[in-house]
Ligand binder design. Structure first.
Ligand SMILES: C[S@@+](CC[C@H](N)C(=O)[O-])C[C@H]1O[C@@H](n2cnc3c(N)ncnc32)[C@H](O)[C@@H]1O
Length: 280
């Protein structure tokens, strides 16, 4: 059935490239020739869903119809994630970063941004570690944002099937999740620490003063220019003394940035030091 429909679609190269450029211009997501088949198959999926058989007609619809670009962007994102992904980052968070910030933050407010949070496993993992680490006199504010509306809806729900809770330490599972049958819900104590928001990293932001930013396995999908723009934006939204975590396969190497590279706890991350913290 799928095959039959796909064969009916009139797919010309010029329009395909126009759509690819539009995706890139609006989100920074870069489909190279190597991953062209992924974009082609997701586009065909969308065409089938709305019963179009010509990519040209779809392009005209895309540039006219408000909201279609958001739907398309949602469809072309890769939302793969899991709880406590790259465990070393969480070890560094607990054993170094939080200890350091605890000693420095006199206002006892900790602001964290999980940018590209997908279905919520990353911000919930961060919330569990920070809640466990700080006494209740500390205020923890986590912003979790993504360009995928469907992922954000799942994240907000905080519902996970048994196969998806792999990686959560047993004590956290017992303390911060409720099991109903074979499924699990995030408890309100953790949920209330997080604000989920739609945000395209290609757009300017009014967010500010983050002590920690997690943006892992997101910039890998961007072209070089968008990677630099995103990292610069993080720098500007972060507090004078703060930390940045990016994915294991991502790097700031070769970028014009003031972030300081840190290697500890068997992993790598970055630090911003400005103002009175410079030189310390
Ligand atoms: C592979 S997931 C990574 C999830 C999580 N950070 C992790 O490491 O497990 C990448 C996420 O980045 C989001 N994303 C891609 N481009 C984006 C953009 N321009 N603005 C905001 N989010 C974006 C995708 O929707 C997706 O949910």
């Amino acid at each position: 059935m799928n095959e039959l429909y796909n064969n009916k679609i009139i797919f010309d190269d010029v329009t395909f490239k126009k759509i690819r450029d539009l995706i890139n211009k609006s989100s920074g997501i870069n489909f190279t020739e190597i991953n062209r088949p992924i974009l082609e198959s997701r586009l065909k999926e969308r065409l089938k869903e709305i019963k179009y058989t010509s990519i040209k007609d779809y392009y005209n619809f895309l540039i006219k119809e408000e909201g279609e670009l958001k739907t398309l962007l949602d469809l072309v994102t890769t939302n793969l994630t899991r709880f406590f992904r790259n465990q070393e980052h969480f070890n560094a968070l607990e054993k170094t970063v939080l200890i350091d910030l605890k000693g420095k933050k006199e206002n006892k407010i900790l602001r964290i941004w999980s940018a590209g949070c997908s279905t919520g496993e990353e911000p919930y993992s961060i919330a569990m570690v920070t809640r466990e680490f700080f006494d209740p006199t500390w205020k923890i504010q986590i912003l979790a944002s993504d360009i995928s509306i469907n992922s954000l809806l799942k994240a907000k729900e905080g519902f996970y099937t048994q196969d998806r809770i792999v990686g959560i330490p047993d004590n956290y599972l017992k303390k911060y999740m409720v099991s109903i049958g074979n499924d699990f819900y995030i408890k309100d104590d953790i949920k209330k620490l997080i604000q989920f928001d739609y945000h395209n990293l290609n757009n300017p932001t009014a967010f500010s003063n983050f002590d920690i930013v997690f943006c892992r396995n997101v910039i890998i999908y961007f072209d070089k220019e968008m990677q630099e723009k995103t990292i610069k934006q993080f720098y500007n939204t972060m507090a004078d003394y703060s930390y940045l975590f990016i994915g294991h396969s991502e790097s700031l190497f070769g970028m014009n940035t003031k972030f300081i590279f840190i290697k500890s706890n068997n992993t790598c991350y970055y630090q911003k030091k400005e103002g009175k913290f410079l030189g310390k």
